[in-house]
Design a protein around this ligand. Sequence first.
Ligand code: AMP
Length: 188
Amino acid sequence: MRIVFLGPPGAGKGTQASRLAGELDVPHLSTGEMLRKEREQQTKVGLQVADYLDQGQLVPDELVLGIVADRITFKDCDGGYILDGFPRTLHQAEQFDQHLATCNTPLDLVVELVIEQGELLQRLMKRGRGDDNMATIQQRLVSYDKQTSPLTEYYSAQQVLHSVDASGTMDRVYAALMAAVDEVEKQN
Ligand code: AMP
């Protein structure tokens, strides 16, 4: 099953996507993690993206599209994958759809984790990752609102979107996710 996770930073995408990937036996592809690794290893891409990561700005669309398009050709993606943090802009979503259409491998499900801002800020400040200071957090939330939240409408129009309340306990959110997956499996 090919799944995309949408949701603002701090909504729990990483945790839930990783658990679901284990259950479905497909790889969990986090573009944020891939980019941080490139930076750590100081690859060519890593040097290109360092400033964007530090400022909480989105890296250029074509760069991340290339990384994802390449990664999903690996053998471990034959049975599907879970994308976490991609696509992040309408342009990425449209380009990615076109790419998937040429391979005849459309997305099966897009999950949106819904949570209100106050709870997000609390979660992010507790998390304490390298790029989790107040200024970058705010910048990432603004990026999400402006550039990524329109994707919910885009995928809703394609009838692949399932919205899940992400404010509950981890297990409750996961149960809601599994219900969405089951529904899609029944349809296919
Ligand atoms: P994340 O771990 O998903 O919060 O991503 C961390 C950072 O990686 C973001 O703040 C962006 O700078 C960059 N990034 C991750 N995914 C994307 C994407 N799909 N498009 C552009 N930038 C991205």
